[in-house]
Design a protein around this ligand. Structure first.
Ligand SMILES: [Zn+2]
Length: 252
């Protein structure tokens, strides 16, 4: 009796394994993380800066990953800190060498800005950045070609808290702004140089976590898409009023 009962159980086990394993495995291999989860990519520009460490602590507390678009000459002065950001699992993007607007530069100058920043970030993190954001969101045609040569895509962001506007630099205001513009698949443009943005982050992360968001790097957000170097990602809805459109420099 006992023997007879064992056979069907064993067969059932084999069948279950045979059916379940391949489908589960293929799903894990094919489906990008953000096809399953409600993702958002927070991005912080113009660092490394004095609030970088504060940001790292808050992000860690909420198990959040972010993307830092860094300026080459600042990376050079803070190699260790930049290495630390990368070790924490965040992505580091190229944001030019000294934040000059590309519309004011020659092709050769743009090339040098991008190249030198790639080199210094590689030195700090061991990795070549794959995402690029131009200072002030200004992308002349030459910039696209140069960014493509370095194998990067352009990521201007899909929404912004507009913390580059001095009058917006108020913790409550920036907190509600961030919560208002958050949407699945968004790339949120903020600045790690703005103290009020750093101070708004704990509430922003807490509230968005409650709403079920997963905080991922830009590359993770774009996972599964076929990317053409030099092109802009993610594709932005044409009528989005929160699309960054103003220069984003620290000084203005
Ligand atoms: Zn900037």
């Amino acid at each position: 009796m006992a023997f007879r009962r064992l056979i069907p159980v064993a067969v059932a086990c084999v069948l279950t394994t045979a059916i379940a394993t391949p489908s589960h495995a293929s799903r894990a291999a094919k489906e990008p993380y953000c096809a399953t989860y409600k993702c958002i990519a927070l991005t912080f520009d113009d660092g490394p800066a004095e609030h970088t460490e504060t940001l790292l602590k808050v992000l860690k507390k909420y198990k959040a990953k972010a993307t830092f678009f860094m300026i080459g000459n600042r990376v050079k002065k803070n190699l260790k800190m930049v290495g630390q950001v990368a070790k924490n699992g965040h992505e580091i993007g190229n944001h030019s060498w000294d934040h000059k607007y590309f519309t004011d530069l020659t092709s050769q100058e743009i090339y040098a800005e991008v190249r030198d920043t790639q080199r210094i970030i590689k030195k700090a993190t061991g990795k070549d950045p794959v995402v690029f954001r131009a200072p002030g969101g200004l992308y002349p045609d030459e910039a696209r070609e140069i960014v493509a040569k370095f194998g990067m895509v352009q990521v201007p962001g899909t929404v912004a808290t507009k913390d580059y506007i001095k009058d917006y630099r108020n913790v409550e205001f920036l907190t509600s702004k961030a919560l208002e513009i958050a949407e699945p698949g968004a790339v949120v443009l903020m600045h790690e140089t703005v103290k009020e943005t750093a101070s708004s982050l704990p509430t922003v992360l807490r509230e968005l976590t409650k709403q079920g968001y997963h905080f991922v790097t830009v590359s993770k957000l774009l996972e599964g898409q076929e990317l053409t170097p030099g092109e802009v990602y993610p594709e932005t809805p044409p009528d989005d009023s929160d699309t960054p459109e103003f220069p984003d420099g620290t000084e203005g």
